[in-house]
Design a binder for this molecule. Structure first.
Ligand code: SF4
Ligand code: SF4
Length: 641
């Protein structure tokens, strides 16, 4: 107890010598730190904490924030002052509170369902779980004025779910279980003027609290991986909801997995890993559902897309949501305004119901991470349909619009649901902007070039699983003739770090007889490469399968190939070089682990939330490999290592 009153810098070195003492000192010090820093109205909530444990993460306890959910996290360990993504400590704190509120909401819903099987749950509760998690994904919402009301709504939903649970217990004649979780702030505390207290409160429920309340750092890391995987599933599910497609089984898993993080079982490492794999399985179903939702716009067809200037007034559409683009194309038909895609919207041109609009004229720019370099050179309105949003520059902020859960304070928001969207502001902005001039027709776009990458004037896209399976006979013949020696899936999320050139090196270094499958914005590391065609089939050796949302297509191709070649998916001549950045990629990784696809070369850095012991399991049991030297990795991949 005495040690607890020493400054943290003095007592921490002592903790290395005696774990038992460390736990006691840590618990006492945590109480002491909280008692001296927390405002009075928050101190009472501390009585609800379970025993706390000292962890390596304690070193961040007094920092303004802590977040390590994405690959670009500061120094590869955690953003503790401000997010590399631009997230401030206030936003980070509010997001932590929102995630915690969603966990509590899910706990009540899940326990109500367990108590009263077949119980009908209001869709509004499930939808809030989805939008609440998606809001906290990397590069989605930085707007405190939007997140604060969401936390308020979360409190209302928690009350509804709690009443549902208590009623279910009453009907069943059971004592309600006790929720072992830090309470949320009171509704009246949810004001911008109370931000400092809210951030203090958030530290009792964020990443550090997960570590303090878990039995080991390994468990805490896996629980964080589970939450990030669920955020990714929520993002894909949200895209489905926008398209009007849902599956209650997905919601049931979401609330079960979130409730798990507040249950006693959470400290069972095996059960926590099993819940991650189950989330990967559910994500496979969600991406299949999303593929179906997008296919309402037709089955993707291979085609070429122009990537140079088309004169006229213009609108740029980024993000991932094809149905939002469809709505915009209908609204702008006949206005004389041209629509360009950006980033992950490139595959939109392969959907017949989108491509039929003649004013969808081409593609502008590269991956999300080049927004600040490219958007200033787009002379029209810019619409972010989903992630990934970067902090907008003044040069284009007034021309920018966001949809759904995406938000930035001061950027016009189009609405949470497609039916609410009024496109008149976007159209007016496009008309008031200069547009591309006639004398620049067919010229390259004026944004700065990427280091070492020469962008083509045309992209070939549209090789979803239907297009590839339609050519399955040809592809298999080429395998038998030796014209295809191996398939390499090179893709995922891109980012701005120079080490991501690894994936271009892989694209450049695969054997001439290889076929590269690519998807996600990671494609921008390879889709400028001229890999020629497969034999005399006319099929490109580099096949663009679509967005990260189309990961189901990659799985469908793998399953079809395995069936045709009479082998298991694991025995296929198929290697994976996966670039990850945010939590959709975590969900896809969990799907790959669930399917037993391996080895998976993952990079450019491994997730900071994976501890050495858990990494050992991922390497030995699941075939995860940290990326290294591209040429050496390719040799290992060819050997199946
Ligand atoms: S989302 Fe990524 S970059 Fe942003 S604060 Fe978290 S770890 Fe840092
Ligand atoms: S692939 Fe990932 S990083 Fe790239 S735009 Fe999509 S969600 Fe963002």
């Amino acid at each position: 107890f005495f040690f607890a009153f020493l400054p943290p810098k003095m007592f921490r070195p002592l903790l290395r010598f005696t774990p038992k003492l460390a736990n006691r000192v840590g618990a006492a010090a945590h109480v002491r730190c909280f008692a001296t820093t927390a405002p009075k109205q928050l101190q009472r909530v501390h009585q609800h904490t379970a025993a706390v444990r000292v962890t390596e993460m304690e070193k961040y306890a007094e920092d303004p924030m802590f977040c390590f959910q994405c690959e670009q996290t500061s120094s590869g360990t955690g953003c503790n002052n401000v997010g590399t993504c631009g997230k401030t400590p206030d936003t980070s704190g509010l997001q932590d509170l929102l995630v915690h509120g969603v966990k509590i909401l899910a706990w009540y819903v899940h326990n109500a369902r367990q108590t009263a099987p077949g119980l009908q749950v209001d869709a509004a509760l499930y939808h809030f779980v989805i939008t609440g998690l998606f809001t906290t994904l990397t590069n989605v919402n930085f707007d405190n004025t939007a997140i604060l009301p969401m936390i308020q709504t979360c409190l209302e939903h928690i009350d509804t779910a709690k009443a549902l649970y208590l009623d279910a217990c009453k009907q069943a004649g059971r004592e309600p279980a006790t929720l072992d979780a830090m309470p949320m702030p009171e509704a009246e505390a949810l004001t911008a003027s109370n931000m400092a207290d809210l951030v203090t409160h958030s530290k009792l429920v964020g990443v550090l609290a997960t570590y303090q309340r878990a039995q080991s750092d390994d468990v805490a890391g896996v629980l964080e991986m589970l939450i990030y995987g669920l955020k990714g599933v929520a993002a894909y599910t949200d895209h489905c909801i926008v398209a009007g497609v849902e599956d209650v089984a997905v919601y049931e898993h979401m609330v079960e997995a979130l409730a798990f993080t507040l249950s006693e079982d959470r400290n069972d490492l095996g059960k926590a890993l099993a819940m991650c794999l189950k989330t990967g399985e559910v994500n496979l179903n969600v991406t299949k559902m999303l593929y179906g939702a997008n296919s309402l716009l037709g089955v993707p067809q291979p085609r070429s897309v122009k990537a140079n200037i088309v004169p006229g007034k213009c609108i740029l559409v980024s993000g991932h949501d094809l149905h939002v683009l469809h709505s915009l194309l209908k609204a702008t038909e006949g206005t004389g305004i041209n629509v360009f895609t950006h980033g992950e919207m490139l595959p939109a041109h392969s959907y017949p119901e989108l491509a039929k609009f003649t004013h969808l004229v081409g593609h502008f720019g590269g991956p999300w991470s080049r927004q600040k370099m490219e958007f200033p050179h787009f002379p029209g309105a810019i619409v972010m349909t989903t992630n990934c949003l970067m902090p907008p520059l003044k040069t284009y902020k007034r021309r920018m619009f966001t949809f759904g859960v995406v938000g930035w304070q001061g950027v016009a928001h189009l609405g949470l649901q497609l039916k609410d969207v009024d496109w008149s502001g976007v159209i007016a902005t496009a008309k008031a902007s200069p547009g591309f001039l006639a004398q620049h027709a067919d010229k390259p776009f004026p944004y700065p070039a990427e280091h070492g990458i020469k962008r083509p004037a045309e992209y070939t896209i549209g090789f979803g699983h239907e297009a590839i399976i339609a050519n399955a006979g040809t592809v298999l013949d080429e395998v038998k003739k030796g014209n295809i020696s191996r398939f390499f899936l090179v893709g995922g999320c891109d980012g701005s770090e120079s080490v991501r050139s690894y994936f271009t090196d892989v694209g450049n270094s695969v054997p001439d007889s290889a076929v590269i499958l690519t998807l996600g914005c990671g494609k921008y590391r390879v889709n400028h490469l001229d890999k020629g065609t497969i034999g005399d089939t006319g099929l490109p050796r580099l096949l663009d399968m679509g967005q990260c949302n189309d990961s189901y297509s990659a799985v469908a191709v793998a399953l079809a190939l395995a069936e045709a070649l009479g082998c298991s998916v694991g025995e296929l001549p198929l290697s994976f070089a996966i670039s990850w950045l945010e939590q959709k990629a975590v969900a896809v990784l969990l799907t790959m682990l669930h399917l037993g696809l391996k080895p998976i070369y993952l990079g450019p850095e491994l997730p900071a939330f994976v501890t050495p012991a858990v990494l050992d399991v991922l390497v030995k049991d699941f075939g995860v490999r940290p990326v290294g030297n591209a040429k050496a990795d390719i040799q290992a991949m060819i050997q199946g290592e």
